[in-house]
Design a protein around this ligand. Structure first.
Ligand SMILES: NC(=O)C1=CN([C@@H]2O[C@H](COP(=O)(O)OP(=O)(O)OC[C@H]3O[C@@H](n4cnc5c(N)ncnc54)[C@H](OP(=O)(O)O)[C@@H]3O)[C@@H](O)[C@H]2O)C=CC1
Ligand SMILES: CC(=O)C(=O)O
Ligand SMILES: [Mg+2]
Length: 759
């Protein structure tokens, strides 16, 4: 595709718009402490700030205690080797450095200042970097050309007491070594035997080759090339780094070097590898064309020249993205948390092993959600994890911190299990609040039946359940469809071992199921023929019947279809005695904390009695999360000021709660803002019974509750757990079609809770 291609032009414009709007750039700085009152001001600034300064003056290490230093990394460049764009200068490198800072933050919660410096003298640049030590917990050097980068890095490492890491060297080398480890497994070759050709003898090239030697490649099996051709012993003026790899050889060109090569490592520039060169490689060759943004050869061309090649690039739009983004956020996380004084070889090797191992482990739930439709099973097109793999942070950071502790460069001893759990919490915002639920679920052995068992998200949930929960799963669906989807998604779950199957088309229990269904509904107009037809075609009815028969403890449905359609069958089959649907409760996890909203789905316009029942049920559920309920009954009316339906129902519910003498805080009726703002509420109704912010918002119609839930999710970036079907004794839950795999796993954990702790 040429640069003038309309699609290319549109893509370029989209990238520019991304950078320009709604405000220029990709970063901002946010305060982490309140600055709302004069008291805040006097603590954050003069005079209070002086106390923090004096403590640090006495003990420099206290900078990690009283300032942001411990989580602050400098991303520093002089713009002399920016991606494969070359020496475009410090100013033009800023989008890349801002981008690295965003990746540090998003993937590992690390704050960065991007620092672009007009300084091409490596010693002066190093001096400048060293002087920045008081500000930062670590330094990431970026896109500084070779050989200058070696000088800058060496001086900084010698003089600084914090980790200094040159991303283009070591980040790239770590990820390339991990990908090579896995590619060799697939190709059934060994580091010790392979012939390597490296095109590019700069920062990335030199570091990658050094790492390959650590992995077992023989130095004499490496041919290095730079812009002047093969690096050989007869060349003059080689830098010390290149001289280390100079070979005594008559080969001069890439074409010469490629004869019989097993691994091509391209870290040079765009389009430098031809199909003819690829054809000269050994069988089952490995081609890493890592130049950014345009690789040495495009994967489709390489594939055409060598159909059995294993191919990787640095780009996200092709399989096998070998890019240092898989390394730098996570290696820094581990180093910072262990208080490491440097990033040493042991930490790098731990990182290689952790990354390579992740690609070989079954893909996780979130990963499947992030990369829907892609095959994520270890093999030629999945040699290396994806950057959005949520396992990267806990797995790599823990491995790196452990290596730092074991090799004696850590200044902190971490409890690694607790550390891993903390990182997992950071990745899954729902993990902390869901932890008691998962723990309760792990104590039980409940059987959970999934009505839409063929749905890919359900299969991924079952995979995650096999890793994170102890209960068992039953899938309603056609075995051949389920099997082929498991294979396509690269999952490791197996029928009979990780789940049981109910085939709606031909299950030997079919007769039992339709007769049970008929027995329940014979006096509600359901004939045997109708019962047979429903139990052949309606997976929700099948799942509910299984629960009713005691063959499963709970069911989950709703990934497709309407909530009330599913609820109808659940009510028909499972509502008996005390059990009847009381409402749907959604937990929305916000940056400020959790907020529960009800009734989002069940009683469209509840009566006062129904609303009071929903409040009592919601309070019970909220307590299961270890949270004391503070319920606000929300309406367009506020403390009796409107004679509307909503106001009357809300006031009726409050009166019923008063009569029932419930043991939790509640108040109503009020607007949502008064529920969340105690000062406003106090002005409107001094002495009202609710203390602080409400954490349960109860609405008088599903329209209002649904709107509140959706707004919280979309505008406030809330993460939803639920909806939780209340009143059915944890025997059924109905999710909504937009549910993610993590959302399903959360519901499965709730469904897995024993009824005693379910309350
Ligand atoms: N995928 C990834 O994660 C990463 C990819 N890269 C990519 O690798 C490339 C190099 O980056 P980096 O090492 O930092 O840059 P450097 O400037 O340090 O090195 C570039 C190297 O490429 C060589 N080179 C340039 N043009 C040619 C040519 N026509 N033929 C052969 N060799 C050539 C240079 O040769 P000479 O020494 O003679 O000047 C030099 O050895 C870039 O495209 C970059 O985007 C880099 C880091 C990470
Ligand atoms: C990925 C990266 O750091 C580079 O291409 O320079
Ligand atoms: Mg770079």
């Amino acid at each position: 595709m040429s640069r003038d291609d309309p699609k290319k032009i549109a893509e370029r414009q989209a990238a520019l718009n991304y950078h320009e709007f709604p405000r220029p750039g990709k970063l901002e700085i946010r305060a982490t402490k309140p600055m709302a009152t004069g008291r805040d001001l006097s603590r954050a600034y003069s005079p209070g700030v002086a106390d923090a300064c004096l403590e640090i003056e006495k003990n420099a290490a206290d900078a990690f205690r009283y300032t942001a230093k411990g989580n602050l990394v400098a991303v520093i460049s002089n713009g002399t080797a920016v991606l494969g764009l070359g020496d475009i200068g410090a100013q033009a490198s800023k989008p890349v450095m801002e981008g690295k800072a965003v990746l540090f933050k998003k993937f590992a919660g690390i704050d960065c200042f991007d620092i672009e410096v007009n300084e091409t003298d490596p010693e002066k640049l190093a001096d400048l970097v060293c002087r920045l030590e008081p500000t930062f917990g670590a330094v990431n050097l970026e896109d500084i050309k070779a050989p200058d980068c070696f000088v800058v890095e060496r001086i900084c490492r010698e003089r600084m007491g914090i980790p200094v890491f040159h991303d283009d060297q070591h980040g790239t080398a770590i990820v390339a070594a991990a990908a090579a480890t896995n590619a060799l497994r697939v190709a059934d070759k060994r580091f010790e035997d392979i012939k390597v050709v490296a095109l590019g003898a700069g920062a990335a090239g030199i570091a990658c080759l050094k790492m390959l030697i650590v992995m077992g490649v023989a130095r004499e099996n490496i041919t290095m090339l730079d812009s002047k051709g093969v690096v050989h012993t007869k060349r003059n003026n080689l830098t010390a780094e290149k001289a280390e790899f100079a070979r005594e050889t008559e080969m001069r060109t890439v074409m010469d070097a490629m004869e019989g090569a097993d691994l091509f490592l391209g870290v040079s520039g765009p389009g430098l590898l031809t199909q003819e060169m690829v054809r000269k490689m050994a069988p089952h060759p490995i081609i890493f064309a890592l130049a950014n943004p345009t690789p040495e050869i495009m994967p489709e061309e390489a594939r055409e020249a060598s159909p059995d090649a294993l191919i990787a690039t640095g780009r996200s739009d092709y399989p096998n993205q070998v890019n240092n983004v898989l390394c730098f956020p996570f290696i820094f996380r581990g180093a910072l948390d262990a208080g490491a004084t440097q990033i040493n070889d042991e930490m790098k090797v731990a990182c290689v092993e952790a990354i390579a191992g992740l690609a070989r482990a079954p893909a996780s739930a979130e990963l499947g959600a992030a990369y829907q439709g892609e095959r994520l099973a270890f093999g030629p097109d999945y040699l290396i994890p994806k950057p959005f793999d949520p396992r990267l942070l806990p797995t790599i950071a823990v491995a790196v911190a452990k290596a730092a502790m074991d090799s004696g460069v850590a200044t902190r001893e971490l409890d690694l299990d607790a550390y891993r759990a903390g990182l997992q919490t950071q990745v899954y915002r729902s993990a902390l609040i869901m932890r008691p639920v998962f723990e309760a679920a792990r104590q039980s052995q409940r059987r959970i039946v999934f009505a839409e068992g063929e749905e890919t998200r359900i299969l991924r949930t079952v995979q995650a359940m096999s890793e994170e929960l102890t209960g068992s799963a039953v899938l309603v669906g056609r075995p051949e469809v389920i099997e082929s989807r498991i294979e396509r998604e690269g999952l490791s779950i197996k029928a009979g071992r990780d789940f049981e199957l109910v085939n709606p088309e031909s299950d030997e229990r079919y007769r039992d199921y339709w007769t049970t269904y008929h027995d329940i509904l014979a006096r509600d107009g359901v004939t045997p023929d109708l019962a047979k037809a429903i139990l052949r075609t309606n997976n929700t009815a099948i799942a509910a019947t299984m629960v009713r028969r005691g063959e499963a403890d709970s069911m989950i449905c709703g990934t497709v279809g309407q909530y009330l359609w599913h609820l109808n069958y659940i009510t028909q089959v499972l509502a008996e005695g005390e059990l009847h649907p009381v409402g749907a409760l959604s937990l929305v996890i916000l940056d400020q904390g959790p907020l529960f909203v009800t009734d989002t789905h069940v009683n469209t316009e509840p009566t006062a009695e129904q609303l009071a029942d929903a409040v009592i049920a919601a309070a019970r559920h909220v307590r299961r999360f270890g949270i004391a309920p503070k319920v606000a009954i929300c309406s367009g009316s506020q403390f009796g000021n409107l004679d509307s339906r909503s106001g009357r129902v809300a006031r009726g519910a409050v009166a019923l709660l008063d009569a029932a003498q419930v043991d939790f805080e509640y108040e109503g009726e009020m607007h949502s803002d008064a529920a969340l703002d105690p000062d406003l509420r106090e002005r409107l109704f001094p002495g009202n019974r609710l203390t602080g912010k409400a954490n349960v918002l109860v609405y008088t119609s599903t329209d209002a509750a649904g709107a509140a839930r959706n707004l919280l999710k979309s505008v406030s970036n809330g993460l939803e757990v639920g909806p939780i079907l209340m009143g059915m004794g944890n025997r059924a839950h109905i999710v909504t079609p937009g549910v993610t795999v993590r959302g399903l796993l959360n519901i499965a954990a709730l469904a897995g809770m024993p009824v005693s702790s379910y309350g």
